[in-house]
Design a protein around this ligand. Structure first.
Ligand code: ADP
Ligand code: MG
Length: 622
């Protein structure tokens, strides 16, 4: 008895009530701390839990990031988007069942059941697995404290059965639900809009697979839903599909079409498209690339933002049609909307922002991360329901991006502008030349692409890197901004643990006017900056290729015929000449020609390497 009591006493206190955004694509936990809501993030993790469950042949189900990775190879064992099935009957979701890898039937009270390896699982039970994973993430971030109470969000259009199913999922996961809150209401709370006496709010939420627009009325700090509209099958995935379609058409000329239908390849293609889409939200151009099955070749294709925007325009138009219907249902005119809130990862796309701004005729709220704002608002609600108060809404954000100077003189952004503080991000770097034992870091602040156009906050050096070939050293650079805005940059070499750091106060000597001036300059120069960055990148790449080729020629000259050597030497000469032009097109051509000319050399080197490895093995085994 006494022993049991001791055990209980040793358990860390459970966490105060948290907010959970139980999303179709991603779920996220946030908690009230230091006077404001924060996303719960374990060290080295962004805290996102993909709402995805993988069922291995044996052993317990795998949830979240690991599940999404496994899904690439075994989509037939993975459940995505379980939220679509919550509280619904078989007939309601007939179309969605097609994309479900497990057979479904109608169980007790008409609840859907999936037959997973001979076990019947309801959407509630599967959702509970995602919630348990959220609990695990929260525990990992808080020294093992259990997630016991939560406010959980659901779409405004969820009916009673869908809300009840969400409650049941929480109960199965051992979580007490303080309240089920509408997602648009939570997003508005995160922006403190409840502090307004009255007004009308439009919440535009474009997530991974669904689009929702809600019109809310605020009356003395209380939100009332006037109308909802949307499309349960329109989201980021459809934007990805636009790029996948272009890729498939172009690939079909060079790749056996049957390969293009293989689930693993398709999933890889989707991921490559999503990556390209996300990059296009920050850069005017991005490259999509993918390994061609059964070959050493890669398919590469550059997309400009304009091109992608033209492809996705019809999708954006469809969201605006829904906005029109929502306004008409709420008997309001766009001019009567006082606040517009953006939610969902896809609203990071500049074209989406611009379209929404134009439609409602006002600048939407974007200071908070659109994919975190629902969880943050749920955390505000959880805090208030647990008896907490909220006087002023603190929303400290980094006014300008922070990053490092790269070898080519570009700015590598590590913490983006408008990140809520405290925050942290880690990025990997490596050495540029062989046997390099030290790296100088230049910490930068600003939005421009070239280091020389940004503000240098300080420099530091990491030494003690063991000599090794260029590109092999693994150096993790961590940017951390604490609640007081103090930035600590730490660089650590992984094999020896050698590290160095610097502390700076990024806001020192920077007035609001300076920030505005720096932002204006970044917008004005975006196009030129991008070209300059591309030049810097290509020069760096050519530099690395030139050095590797020089070395390769020394090792393998005797194995190449004269013709090939002359070709390589010609290409090297053109590459060196191209480096003095500062012209992206000339550099790109030189790079491509260089790659082509050195192909035979690369093949010989690979072959030598394989033989060496093989010999080593045989000797080792004797
Ligand atoms: P959900 O509410 O459906 O769970 P999220 O709000 O997390 O989903 O949105 C996920 C979607 O946002 C994905 O399609 C993802 O590719 C997209 N996304 C994330 N970041 C960006 C970005 N920077 N630009 C464009 N789309 C993005
Ligand atoms: Mg969402």
């Amino acid at each position: 008895m006494g022993f049991l009591q001791l055990n209980v006493l040793n358990q860390p206190e459970p966490l105060p009530a948290v907010g959970i955004d139980l999303g179709t694509t991603n779920s996220l936990v946030a908690i009230w701390e230091n006077g404001r809501p924060n996303v719960v993030r374990p060290e080295g993790d962004n805290g996102y839990v993909p709402s995805c469950v993988f069922f291995p042949t044996d052993g317990p189900p795998i949830v979240g990031k690991e599940a999404r990775e496994r899904a690439v190879f075994e989509p037939e064992r993975t459940i995505f988007s379980i939220k679509r099935f919550m509280g619904r009957g078989l007939a309601d979701v007939a179309a969605d069942l097609k994309s479900m890898p497990f057979p479904a039937s109608s169980g007790r009270n008409g609840v859907i059941e999936f037959d997973v390896r001979g076990r019947k699982l309801t959407p509630q039970e599967i959702s509970a697995l995602v919630l348990e994973k959220c609990g695990e993430v929260a525990a990992r971030a808080s020294g093992g404290r259990a997630l016991a109470k939560a406010v959980i969000t659901v779409p405004a259009y969820f009916d009673d059965a869908q809300r009840q199913a969400t409650r049941d999922a929480a109960r199965l996961a051992g979580i007490e639900v303080l309240r089920i809150v509408n997602e648009p209401t939570a997003a508005s709370l995160a922006y403190g809009l409840d502090q307004k006496k009255q007004g009308n709010v439009a919440v535009y939420d474009l997530g991974g697979g669904t689009f929702d627009v809600s019109i809310l009325a605020i009356e003395d700090g209380v939100f009332r839903v006037l109308a909802t509209n949307g499309d349960t099958h329109l989201g980021g995935d459809d934007f990805d599909r636009m790029l996948v379609a272009v890729a498939s058409t172009e690939l079909s000329h060079s790749v056996d079409p049957r390969k293009l239908d293989e689930p693993a390849f398709l999933q890889g293609l989707r991921l490559a498209a999503e990556k390209c889409k996300i990059e296009l939200s920050s850069y005017p151009e991005a490259e999509m690339h993918i390994q061609i099955p059964d070959s050493n070749a890669q398919w590469r294709r550059r997309f400009t933002r304009e091109e992608f925007e033209a492809l996705s325009r019809p999708l954006i138009e469809r969201t605006l049609d829904s906005c029109r219907r929502a306004l008409s249902d709420s008997k309001l005119d766009a001019s009567q909307i006082d606040e517009v809130v953006l939610v969902g990862g896809v609203t990071r796309m500049p074209a989406v922002r611009a379209a929404v701004e134009q439609f409602f005729g006002r600048v939407p709220h974007t200071q908070l991360n659109p994919d975190e704002v629902v969880a943050l608002g749920a955390a505000v609600q959880a805090h208030v329901l647990s008896g907490g108060t909220r006087e002023v809404l603190l929303m400290d954000v980094t006014p300008l991006s922070l990053g490092l100077e790269t070898v080519g003189g570009a700015m590598a952004k590590i913490i983006l502008r408008n990140a809520t503080i405290p925050c942290q991000a880690t990025e990997g770097f490596t050495t540029y030349v062989d046997n390099q034992t030290a790296i100088d870091f230049n910490v930068l602040q600003g939005e421009r692409e070239l280091a020389s156009d940004t503000r240098s906050l300080g420099r530091f050096r990491l030494s003690g890197i063991p000599p090794m070939p260029a590109g092999l050293a693994r150096i993790a650079v961590r940017f951390h901004i604490d609640a007081n805005g103090l930035l600590t940059v730490t660089a650590k070499e992984q094999s020896t643990g050698a590290s160095a750091h610097i502390e700076v106060q990024p806001q020192n000597g920077l007035s609001e006017a300076d920030v505005q001036r720096m932002l204006a300059a970044a917008y004005a120069n975006a196009k030129d900056d991008f070209a300059a960055r591309r030049v810097a990148e290509l020069e760096t790449e050519l530099g690395t290729m030139l050095r590797a080729t020089e070395k390769g020629l020394v090792d393998a000259r005797s194995q190449l015929d004269r013709e090939t050597i002359l070709d390589i030497e010609d290409a090297m000469k053109s590459a060196r000449e191209a480096c003095s032009t500062r012209d992206a097109q000339v550099l790109q051509r030189a790079r491509d020609a260089f790659e082509k000319a050195t192909m035979p050399l690369a093949a010989v080197l690979m072959d030598n390497f394989a033989k060496k490895a093989l010999t080593g093995k045989i000797i080792g085994e004797m």
